[in-house]
Design a protein around this ligand. Structure first.
Ligand SMILES: Cc1cc2nc3c(=O)[nH]c(=O)nc-3n(C[C@H](O)[C@H](O)[C@H](O)COP(=O)(O)O)c2cc1C
Length: 330
């Protein structure tokens, strides 16, 4: 049986890979991921803020952030809280490349055009086979319209794409007025893949100390449904590889994501919880599920439950919402 998939133009042995996470910070875990069958490794992100810290004097950086984001600087990590500085990050890519035989995908994370974009080229030169660009952006400024925000994002994507020859994936948030339109704009720039979605780690409120308290909880399989819906909508509307990220914990989650249209499925929370070897469980699970149903490749499965091909596409659209509200009983 053939589980091969085209992932950003890279031919991968199967579609299940470890997503951006601290797993790659530890060389033992990197080797365990490869032993567990990872067909590629996604680096954790190198952040715009980190790079800008390095490129400019620190006080200038902080003033700038206070003005532009309105976020208190005390919430930005100190430079020694980042696991790896920008140069160490590039060095880590080189080390991982030497240690494993699978492709390494770099990850850049930023929201404003600046010198940090040059790191796209440096990541390529360090040996990355592809790059993921994460634009984790929260619009808080009422004077910037949705169109302005999208234009700025597209400018960043264009700059990053122009700096590299390796394939580029863009990791997005689910909050767009028209995601299909935005993905088309990304395709025009030449983006090779779209990662759906970033998870937003909403801070809680400490009501005694009047503080916002940061929270990072690992995901739950229920979070996959948001990804399934958008995978299903986008499948067939873009040539870019659609990649699911968020809520993939079990074999059935992988199968659902592929059926909705994913060419790749990234896994993080369940690997952090159960260890890198969980990847092997998912790969074996996919393989035996396909064998039992006599599928010889992913082709007949991929997109079979997309909006284009599902036997009941209305279940993915507004009709589902109407029905759910009407049939609910206590
Ligand atoms: C501890 C931790 C660190 C992460 N670091 C990054 C990162 O550096 N860059 C990034 O794009 N995503 C990062 N993510 C998000 C994951 O790549 C992924 O999108 C998210 O966890 C959803 O997938 P999951 O449900 O399989 O966990 C991180 C997630 C966790 C839990």
């Amino acid at each position: 049986m053939n589980l091969e998939t085209n992932y950003l133009g890279l031919k991968l042995a199967h579609p299940i890979l470890p997503g951006a996470s601290p797993l790659v910070d530890n060389m033992d875990k990197v080797r365990r991921l490869e032993d567990a069958g990872a067909p590629a490794l996604v680096m954790h992100s190198l952040f715009e803020e980190q790079i800008e810290l390095e490129l400019t004097a620190r006080h200038y950086h902080q003033d700038r952030h206070e003005e532009s984001f309105g976020e208190a600087t005390s919430y930005f990590p100190d430079d020694d809280e980042f696991t790896l500085g920008p140069d160490e990050y590039l060095e880590r890519i080189r080390r991982i490349r030497e240690a494993v035989s699978v492709p390494v995908i770099g990850s850049l994370n930023g929201i404003r055009l600046g010198g940090w974009v040059d790191y796209a080229g440096l990541i390529e030169r360090a040996g990355a086979s592809a790059l993921e660009l994460n634009m984790y952006f929260l619009p808080t400024d009422a004077s910037e319209s949705a169109a302005d925000t999208e234009r700025r994002m597209l400018e960043i994507v264009k700059a990053v794409k122009g700096a590299i020859k390796i394939p580029l994936a863009v990791k997005l948030s689910p909050f767009f007025s028209s995601l299909p339109h935005f993905t088309q704009e990304l395709e025009v720039i030449g983006v090779d893949g779209i990662v759906l979605f970033n998870r937003f780690y909403q801070p809680d409120i400490d009501i005694e100390n009047l503080e916002a308290t940061p929270h990072l909880e690992l995901s739950h399989p229920a979070e996959l449904r948001l990804r399934l819906r958008w995978l299903a909508i986008l499948f067939g509307q873009t040539k870019a590889t659609l990649i699911a990220s968020g809520g993939v914990h079990r074999t059935q989650d992988v199968i659902k994501a592929v059926m909705a249209g994913a060419g790749g499925v990234q896994v993080v929370s369940s690997l952090l919880k159960f260890g890198p070897e969980h990847l092997q469980t998912l790969i074996k699970g996919l393989s035996s599920w396909m064998e039992q149903r006599e599928y010889e490749s992913l082709k007949p499965i991929q997109g079979s439950m997309s909006l284009r091909h599902a036997p009941n596409p209305e279940a993915l659209e507004r009709a589902n919402y109407l029905r759910m509200l009407q049939v609910w009983r206590t």
